[in-house]
Design a protein around this ligand. Structure first.
Ligand SMILES: [Mg+2]
Length: 320
């Protein structure tokens, strides 16, 4: 690929992921007019059969998402798990999966077979089928997964439905996934399906880049702000084991690859939904805050009731 000629050209690392995706979406214009275009966990399309289909794709690359010495079965599992998690985030049932692999010529065929076995094990667990893929030569091992999920037409849970007053929940525990959970996570397919059927869930997404990075994306789509209670954030034991100077809370807020669900529930439905959840699942469900009116800000309240505004640069005192 040609490098940019002008020194003023903006690079991907200079503009960041969200701005780069926004620029690509502009190139697409309004082609195809899907039921739901870019900007959510999945695109949603309808084919006039009373269903809607959730489409998502996801790359993982050696050296970024896994190291070369990682167990091949776990690489395959992780690659499809990330895509299934996006379908879970819409409340969909995953159906069909394609797995592309690019790899250097020296890679052993047995390794590729193990990668595919790991991928197949997870898709079968959640009722999806790998229907194909392709193999190409590349400088390092990379997997590109494309997955399709299904729901009744109009029923996908999107990011843009949160209202002021809604209660904010998260599944499981957050932080420290680098110690192993980034390979072993479960895409929350069963929970996502259950939440869609319960009703009262107004917005949902999965946490792939860390709660404090992902939640503002949902807030922006919904045109709302959120207040998080610091003491309520469920911190994973692994986040306390990382001794790198960051607090466990900061790990829980900023570590990527948790693949838990964060969602909002209308206040009149919240208590009944919590009770029903406890009968249906052993997985932890935590009320972490509420949605406020406002321009997409994320506020954190500490034990003493002090509020701070979250910014990408870290905590900033919230002046009220
Ligand atoms: Mg997602």
């Amino acid at each position: 690929m040609k490098k940019a000629k002008h020194t003023t050209a903006r690079t991907l690392s200079a503009v960041g992921e969200d701005a780069a995706i926004a620029a690509l979406v502009k190139v697409l214009g309004d082609d195809g007019a899907p039921a739901l275009g870019p900007g959510d966990d999945c695109a949603v399309v309808e084919m006039g059969d009373g269903k809607e289909w959730q489409l998502t794709s996801d790359p993982i690359v050696e050296g970024i998402h896994f190291l070369s010495e990682a167990e091949p079965r776990l690489i395959g599992r992780k690659a499809v798990g990330r895509a299934l998690s996006d379908i879970a985030a819409m409340g969909g049932q995953p159906k069909w999966v394609l797995v592309n692999i690019t790899a250097p010529g020296e890679l052993a065929l047995d390794q590729l077979k193990s990668i595919y076995r790991g991928a197949r094990q997870l898709t079968r667990k959640y009722g999806a089928t790998i229907v194909g893929g392709d193999l190409g030569k590349g400088p390092e091992l990379a997997l590109h997964v494309f997955a399709i999920g299904q729901s009744p037409a109009g029923s996908s849970i999107r990011r843009d439905g949160a209202h002021p007053g809604d209660i904010l929940y998260v599944t499981g525990q957050l932080g420290g996934s680098a110690l192993g959970r980034h390979f072993a996570f479960e895409p929350r397919i069963r929970e996502g399906l259950w939440l869609r059927k319960q009703g009262g869930v107004t917005a949902m997404m999965d946490i792939s880049d860390g709660l404090a990075t992902d939640l503002p994306r949902l807030l922006k789509r919904s045109g709302a702000s959120a207040l998080l209670q610091e003491r309520a954030i469920p911190i994973a034991p692994a986040a306390r084991r990382l001794e790198d100077g960051k607090s466990p809370l900061l790990h829980a807020l900023t570590d990527g690859e948790d693949f838990e669900l964060v969602f909002t529930v209308s206040p009149e439905r919240a208590t009944a939904l919590e009770d029903a959840w406890r009968k249906a699942f052993r997985l932890r469900l935590t009320r972490i805050g509420e949605i406020l009116a406002g321009p997409g800000q994320l506020l954190l309240e500490d034990k003493s009731g002090q509020r701070q505004q979250w910014t990408a640069a870290g905590f900033e005192h919230f002046r009220s």
